[in-house]
Design a protein around this ligand. Structure first.
Ligand code: SF4
Ligand code: SF4
Length: 56
């Protein structure tokens, strides 16, 4: 399991700054999570102002 970021992402970068695995990077139009590295911790969901990350 891993978290995924929806198209609601406004590219603020807060999730990437708080990810303990460093597995969130800037993608094309939204930030993206490397599912293989995601620890499923939920920190990104807590940090996001628009609720874009969710559990896949
Ligand atoms: Fe990073 Fe945790 Fe979000 Fe996975 S769930 S992308 S490890 S902050
Ligand atoms: Fe996108 Fe939310 Fe991450 Fe900001 S915190 S870059 S809006 S997913």
């Amino acid at each position: 399991m891993a978290y995924v970021i929806s198209d609601d992402c406004i590219m603020c970068g807060a999730c990437a700054d708080g990810c303990p695995a460093g597995c969130i990077s800037e993608g094309d139009g939204k930030y993206v999570i490397d599912a293989d590295a995601c620890l499923d911790c939920g920190a990104c969901a807590g940090a996001c102002p628009v609720g874009a990350p969710s559990q896949a």
